[in-house]
Design a protein around this ligand. Sequence first.
Ligand code: PEP
Ligand code: MG
Length: 895
Amino acid sequence: MPSVERYVYSFGNGRADGSAAMRDILGGKGAGLAEMANLGLPVPPGFTISAKLCITYLEQGTFPDELREEVERHLKQLERATKKGFGDPKNPLLVSVRSGAAVSMPGMMETILNLGLNDETVQGLIAHSKNPRFAYDSYRRLVLMYGDVVFDLGKEPFEEVLAEAKARRKVKRDIDLPPEELQELVREFKAIIQSRTGLPFPDDPDSQLWGAIEAVFKSWRTKRAMDYRRVNGIPDDLGTAVNIVTMVYGNMGDDCGTGVAFTRDCRTGERVLNGDVLTNAQGEDVVSGARTPEPISRMKRGKGGRGGLGGLAKVYRDLERLATKLEKHFKDVQDIEFTFEHGKLYMLQTRRAQRTGIAAVRIAVEMVAERLISEEEAVQRVPPQDLDQLFHPMVDPRAPVTVLAKGLPASPGAATGEVVFDADEAEALKKKGRDVILVRPETSPEDFHGIVAARAVLTARGGMTSHAAVVARGMGKTCVVGAKDLDVDPAAGRFRANGRAVKRGQVITVDGTSGRVILGAAKLVTPKIGVHFAKLMAWADARRRLRVRANADVPADARRAREFGAEGIGLCRTEHMFFEGDRITTMREMIVASDEAGRRRALAKLLPIQRADFEGIFEAMAGLPVTIRLLDPPLHEFLPHSGADTGALAKRLKVPAAQLERIVHSLVEANPMLGHRGCRLGITYPEITEMQARAIFEAACRIVARGKKVTVEVMVPLVADVRELVHQTQIIRRVAQDVFQAEGRAVPYLVGTMIELPRAALTADEIAKEAEFFSFGTNDLTQTTFGLSRDDAGRFLPFYVDRGILSEDPFQVLDQAGVGKLIQLAVRLGRQARHDLKVGICGEHGGEPSSVKFCHHVGMNYVSCSPFRVPIARLAAAQAALEEAGVINRTRATV
Ligand code: PEP
Ligand code: MG
């Protein structure tokens, strides 16, 4: 470290060496204190040791000599400013030592208060305050926190002794303990330290201070802190700063106290100062739950008896004035820590407040109206993913819950219902008006009607793109998949989770936003979407370049997609239409047919059904582009899976059950996702492609005949070689010609392909000669690039993420380094061959914010995602455009 760089930055009395822009050096807390001092707010004087020194100390194990000198000099300054002496037995200066990194790490904060106290200086504190209870209360707190933070003993051994003392004295609250008892606690706490560590509690204030500074630096490398950083993607080399601040006392009596305030309601966004306060207390009491704090609004009224909030109206008014000033200055909602000593208010911390999605939208929009921020800033302020909370009921964050297990949050929202293990039963109970949760080891297409009937779906296996996840998400239905701790036994009618058994008919709550499985009916709340959301989205839409479409398979989903602002359908999975009601039987008839004639007979029955579906979707989309994908899944997914089902089908088809079983068996593949699926079906059975193309074009002609508009895009799945596409395109174009001739009208259309295999990406220039558009199927492209089964990955991917081998689940967040490289290459090659090639994405990543931004940067024309994620994609697309244009979100430069 060069010697010109300083280690220590002071603040207080209306000035500071640092500012809010110096987070990297001062940490969030230090930067906030410096900025507040610069603003002239009442901040107790203090100084911050640079976070840069943290890593140096951890690597070298010692401090540079200059640091000792600088700290000494700053302590002297504090002594002059406060007219007290550090270690002065007559009039002692006490300080707090607290950590604070550049990035907020909730729960990682190390705090030691009242440093500088020992058996001598405590007498000085008594003489000055004339309050022995306060002095010994401060002293016992110091020894406890020192034992916890510096000697790493935890709080428990001390709290046990404290609890015994309260029992002995028959009091409930710490503040009711008499001074003699508190003095005794100091002795006992010191004895705990001595007996457990073999070391004495240091009486020398300088030793106390340096021990505390070292402990704060070391706290950066605790396992807990390292795990937190890994999970939240915080770099390890930031280090934490150390803040040394003159003590102000909230524990000197009922006109003293401490609290936390928010400048707006972070649950609703309402512009109202709110928070909690405790009188006669020190900082940790508010968060520790030792005593129940009261709402700060009660200070305003100034009511209350002993220990109440009487006489605090002025403190409230001061707080209100300073909070408003801070919010105006930082142009964002602030989360403030304060203390008041005999009615005088001090600000101890200010930082950007965390908020719910609902609050984020309202706050951003109202701040534009208040001329605090611009529309662009408002658009950048709201994390796109948080919009999810606006459309789904959620578990009331204040209600207590019993969590049975945790899985992947596959589709957001929360729902409560009776547990069922069977799709038919789910449907039957739904018909009786009951709310059910379908619980399965995993789902297959056969469970489709059960998913439709259920309020939520829960599976023990499967990843974010497994069948249950994709289907549920498409319907906006709550879903948790891959809950590893669930042991589901449908035959026995129960599941076990973490030592508890839940039987069929018992009520659970599934929280698809967090992935929690909750015992019983949790309290749910439904947010209201209002004018704020509409305004924010209008601002976003005006600034984005990417178009946003939806993945929708049925007219109801298409309509919902438009309500959410979809500008077309980017993926209509035609196979989903075949799972409903009677259709599956006709589909099965087609699959088990022994020859082409048999298949054609069954397909002829499917044609009008499929045509009607397409008409419905075209109608719902009113001329917006609709991309219809030809049949994709392996055929055996449609087949009966149980003996009973096979028997029923055999009866219906009038074939011997044994014969049908043989056929079903012959269709089973070892690796179906890499097997007879996608365009391979249309190549081996061209009559399937013919039927689907006919249904599409006949539907389109009917819409046009009614004087309405339609924009058709036909998409061929799982192409690896351009010749596959040539083969399918020929069929599609031939059928189109036939239909147009028969109908006496032509409808313009495009034929394109999905790029979802690495070979397709690598040969995209060849493919683009034939394809009029590309749509990246990133579910399969991720699966095939990683060689990782999307249906099984849920079993082990979480371990990869936990251990940091992968930073995210690549089925949720696009792997830009690998899969992304293939996408970039394919876009470039494709546009080389066809400069106006339309390019989009329809894998699940199309609704994930960082992936949407990637799609913007590689120059795609659109993203397509499930209807409920359309607003998320719209906002992410706008943010990508603003970031590209260099419109920087000003909140980044603030605390
Ligand atoms: C994909 O593979 O990304 C895709 C959209 O298709 P599906 O999920 O239906 O395989
Ligand atoms: Mg696919």
